[in-house]
Design a protein around this ligand. Structure first.
Ligand SMILES: [Zn+2]
Ligand SMILES: [Zn+2]
Length: 330
């Protein structure tokens, strides 16, 4: 496992900014509706597995073949790699072992109904060979993937110029890319947290994954997903992905995050900022370290305001501007 040593910085000051007045506005939000809940990995038993869930090879437009790509991720400390070439699956038989799980997948690009650029769906756990007709309507394509035992992640909506309209014309996907490294490198459109929150506000409680979307070798290990699962096998890992039993990162480690008695607490590697996001107007609370300092924990007491919160998620940023995200919880 590639978890960095957790170093507590003594003397770090959590600059507790007083932003509680946001609640006056948040209290005007529409009544809370029951929402699907994700599983908090920090309250679950299991092991952490570092995962790359969006990966290309020379089977489509990547720069190295499957064995080379898998070796790169293995060397980088990953335990899970999903190979997701454009429209093509790969034969991954014999690639997995007790320490390393390979998942056959595909990235598919059905048309949108709005005339916007095509959807990009990262499809996980497809048998090989597996074919999807390129003229399938988007929802039919998702349904075929699900019927084949697969899971779908909505990829990089910012880069694809997608809005809530495109994201909600289909259903059945279990997550959205909150971060895509290649989109960030290409045009600074790798962050999709606003898109994610829009889905959450519509009652679509989906998880957020960070990915490399690696095409060239230098794009490895820029965004990953830390999955908590009881074992390193495809079913356990897919169940964890679907249920949101993971967090995502570009660097920071989230050590713990849980809600107890009206307070959400998070413990991280040293970071410069910890944000709590929730639904509703002005739905956020941020804790910043003092100048030149870091913090490793923050908490926010929302007390009896909890019924107003349909979801809460945490986002941290370190001093290198690397992010990490928990999934929404409540
Ligand atoms: Zn794509
Ligand atoms: Zn891709």
């Amino acid at each position: 496992m590639d978890r960095r040593t957790f170093v507590k910085i003594s003397g770090a000051v959590a600059a507790q900014s007083a932003v509680l007045s946001v609640w006056e506005a948040a209290a005007q939000s529409p009544p809370a509706e029951p929402a699907q809940s994700l599983i908090n990995p920090f309250t679950q038993q299991g092991q952490w597995f570092k995962a790359a869930l969006h990966v290309h090879t020379t089977t489509s437009d990547g720069d190295v073949d499957v064995p080379t790509r898998l070796a790169q991720y293995r060397a980088a400390g990953y335990q899970v790699v999903a190979v997701t070439d454009h429209w093509k699956t790969n034969d991954l038989s014999g690639c997995s072992d007790d320490q390393f799980l390979c998942i056959s997948g595909m990235e598919a690009h059905p048309r949108t109904g709005t005339g916007a650029p095509t959807h990009h769906f990262v499809c996980l756990n497809l048998p090989h060979p597996f074919e999807l007709a390129r003229d399938l309507p988007a929802q039919a394509l998702i349904d075929q993937v699900i019927n084949a035992g697969g899971k779908v992640i909505y990829a990089h909506p910012y880069w694809t110029a997608h809005s809530l309209e495109e994201m909600t014309e289909v259903s059945g996907y279990v997550g959205i890319e909150v971060f895509n490294a290649v989109c960030q490198l290409a045009c600074n459109k790798g962050h999709n947290s606003v898109h994610w929150d829009q889905l959450l506000n519509k009652g679509r409680i989906v998880a957020g994954v960070a990915t490399d979307d690696v095409h060239a070798t230098g794009q490895i290990n820029l965004g990953w997903t830390m999955i908590k699962a009881p074992s390193l096998d495809t079913n356990a890992v897919l169940n964890a992905i679907e249920s949101g039993c993971f967090y995502s990162s570009c660097g920071p480690i989230i050590e713990d995050c849980r809600i107890e008695e009206g307070t959400i607490r998070v413990v991280t590697s040293p970071v410069r900022q910890i944000s709590f996001f929730f639904d509703g107007a002005a739905g956020g609370h941020v804790v910043r370290a003092g100048a030149g300092q870091t913090l490793t924990t923050a908490q926010w007491n929302f007390g009896n305001r909890q019924p107003k919160c349909r979801w809460i998620r945490v986002e941290v940023v370190d001093q290198d501007d690397k992010y990490a995200w928990t999934n929404p919880m409540r």
